[in-house]
Design a binder for this molecule. Structure first.
Ligand code: NAD
Ligand code: RM4
Length: 254
């Protein structure tokens, strides 16, 4: 069964990792997809090609989510290409691991701007378009297990992920009357570019694996199903919710 037939799905930061898996997962479920990407044209073009090979339409729009204008342009390009916006997956994010006491100001400010301001303006731009269309919609934000727990080298990052989770709670209230649902997924530790260097430390990787009851770290594709589900009408009465997708890492105290 295809869950997103005829829908237009927008995904930010979709040339790699979780965003890419979500974009391809949406296409496998019958959606046309508009991807935002930051820099590298090659991976964005290959994501578009992969979606087209599935028989769906796709375009890639370059833009830095930290700039509020990027969100307006992204939504406008989506409407120009496919006529509407049904789903926004706000996924783009960075996590430049760094100790707390000597954290550079610019690293904090950039992380806040990309992860939190970026999500805020993308969600707002999508919601403005959905309200104009008048037939509801679904917004899925990629928050994190790190919205719930801390990280020694993530003092700038975890507040942004808690912020994204909180944003979905408040927008669920603000947008419910328009039939727009807002939820977040909370991935655990997923092997992607964002933590490649961090997990190159074999001891740390083994520790993270040992914390995971399902016995392995996640792959980007592990997020595709939960994101497609929340985006789809299968989740018609789900809003303001947060879905942990972490192999059980969060509950594993002892
Ligand atoms: P990733 O590095 O593969 O993906 C992040 C994507 O965001 C990249 O494609 C990157 O180019 C893009 N991006 C970064 N800054 C951007 C900007 N300013 N404008 C537009 N795009 C930008 O890593 P990922 O793990 O797939 O990360 C995706 C999301 O998942 C992030 O929000 C991250 O916080 C979240 N997350 C990841 C994990 C994990 O363990 N990998 C766990 C929890 C949450
Ligand atoms: C996640 C979580 C993971 C980390 C990534 C970068 O939210 O903290 O463990 O690898 O961020």
């Amino acid at each position: 069964m295809k869950l997103l037939e005829g829908k237009t799905v927008l995904v930010t930061g979709a040339s790699t990792g979780i965003g890419r898996a979500a974009a391809i997962g949406a296409a496998q479920h019958g959606a046309d997809v508009v991807i935002n990407y930051a820099n590298s044209d090659g991976p964005a073009a290959s994501c578009v090609a992969e979606i087209e090979a599935l028989g769906q339409r796709a375009i890639a729009v370059k833009g830095d989510v930290a700039d509020p204008q990027t969100a307006q342009d992204f939504v406008a390009k989506a409407v120009e290409a496919f006529g509407k916006v049904d789903v926004m997956v706000s996924n783009a994010g960075i996590c430049p691991f760094h100790a707390f006491l000597d954290m550079p100001v610019d690293v904090v400010e950039r992380t806040f701007k990309v992860n939190l301001h970026g999500a805020y303006f993308m969600v707002q731009a999508a919601a403005q378009q959905m309200v104009k269309q008048g037939h509801g919609g679904s917004i899925v934000a990629v928050s994190s297990i790190s919205a719930l727990v801390g990280g020694e080298h993530q003092t700038h990052y975890t507040p942004t992920k808690a912020g994204v989770h909180s944003l979905m709670q408040s927008t669920a209230i603000a947008l419910g009357k328009h039939g727009i649902r807002c939820n977040s997924v909370l991935p655990g530790t997923i092997l992607t570019e964002i933590n490649k260097d961090d997990l190159a430390d074999v001891e740390k990787r083994r520790y993270m694996e040992a914390r995971t009851p399902l016995g392995r770290l996640g792959a980007p594709e592990d997020l595709a199903g939960p994101i497609v589900f929340l985006a789809s009408d299968m989740a018609a009465y789900v809003t303001g919710a947060a879905l942990l997708v972490d192999g059980g890492m969060y509950v594993n105290l002892q």
